[in-house]
Design a protein around this ligand. Sequence first.
Ligand code: HEM
Length: 528
Amino acid sequence: MDDKDRALAEDRVDAGEAPLTTDQGIRVDDTDNSLRAGERGPTLMDDFHAREKLTHFDHERIPERVVHARGAGAYGHFKVTDPLTDHTIAQFLTDTSLETPVFVRFSTVAGSRGSSDTVRDVRGFAVKFYTQQGNFDLVGNNFPVFFIQDGIKFPDFVHAVKPEPPNEIPQASSAHDTLWDFVGLQPETTHMMMWLMSDRAIPRSYRMMQGFGVHTFRLVNAEGVSTFVKFHWRPLLGTHSLVWDETQKVAGKDPDFNRRDLWEAIETGDFPEWELGVQLIPEEDEGRFDFDLLDATKIVPEELVPVRPVGRLVLDRNPDNFFAETEQVAFHLANLVPGIDVTDDPLLQARLFSYLDTQLIRLGGPNFPQLPVNRPIAEVRNHHRDGYHQSVIHTGQASYHPNTLSGGCPVLAGEGAYVHYPEQVNGPKIRKRAVSFADHYSQATLFWNSMSAWERDHIVAAFRFELGKVRRAQIRAQVVANLNNVDHDLAVKVAEGVGVDPPPQGPVNHGRSSPALSQDRQPQSAAT
Ligand code: HEM
């Protein structure tokens, strides 16, 4: 039993064979027949048990997540194997004696809570580390890049990818006009769409999926030196996908295929494991790539910066209650611990706002961090008060800082306190994207070039299937024109399958066969 499991013990309630009661603790002798005036008469308002039972039932549903609504979660633990002491003061990444409890939620993105598991979609890979310094959330996906560069586009993108407004069709599929309309008009989606049309979008199992933090984050060490970092999860079972034809049959026969697979593996003691890896990039190397580290539509090629394995994640315990734990868990990128900080990636910055904001409505007010699954194992002490669902009884007269009345104030911690990295920022207030974000095709080409022949066949087939369903030819042609900037052969093959004219040999091919550093090219200090 780890620290988190112990902390949850007092929240678990097993009705068992004890007497049935109302929420007020009154024992009940009949829960099958409502109180009526005569055997065939009307039901009486006096029936507090029936009213309470129905009222509670009527309020059982909460809003599903606006994205990533369907998911499956599990508890486990993380252990650092190769301490990152030179780069961060985060204890769970430096102290090999620590076993940090975690909760992980895997998800699909576009479908609703009841949609099928095996659809073509991105998968969420969100990890909550219950560290002794407070909760750290790594809220990632199974692809290393994203659709858009700036979070202000997220509502547009999600409106395009979700079922269409008139009829809520398609429930969970990439085959519809709005998505491809958006994609055609936003070339920055191209790299991500290559991943989405690849077999990575139909994983065999959550246990066989890579995970990525996607953004560039920062690690900060005891001297206050910052190193850029990309986080990677590598499954020990290997990365495996279904075949497209299988996904459709499975969706019909077992819509819970991935969820069941995770549950059963853990129930039978076949605990899934992942290696945590990091790509480390010294601050001074920030400008040395031919892409921008702050651009979430780009990877840092491993040929340039290898992935260093640093720790091990094991999932070994299923939740007791799906709603209480998997549905109510709340991940947030701003849940950071000392030694880890964010960067100016404009997608990341928007996320810093959006998660807490949505959780305030989804989980009914500001006290959801008190829910058992969200509660840190680190002590919580502050002057936040009241609000819906407050379950802490704060004692004392004073709930403000500073005060002299309540036996003193919580101490402002010097030692161990979170200190934001004192990055220098300076610039005019403008709405303008940096030119370093302008190349939308090179890495899409890199991805295409890294595929084997049969993987390319699958990508072409996926484009033909999904794009081929789009009713407006102009949208299909626009997407093909964008693909022509990735690879001419790809564009021609897709065009042939979706009923549009093949494009001329692309005048612009931004592709390169191998990743490259810019200008003087070599990183000064190659990270290991
Ligand atoms: C939910 C990943 C971009 C808003 C999620 C979840 C994951 C995730 C894994 C599910 C969390 C869970 O299991 O509960 C990502 C990744 C992104 C990204 C990797 C890009 C790199 C964005 C952006 C926004 C956003 C740009 C908005 C500006 C949301 C919201 C939720 C969500 C509102 C629902 C959260 C909740 O209801 O608890 N995201 N996301 N995401 N994401 Fe993102």
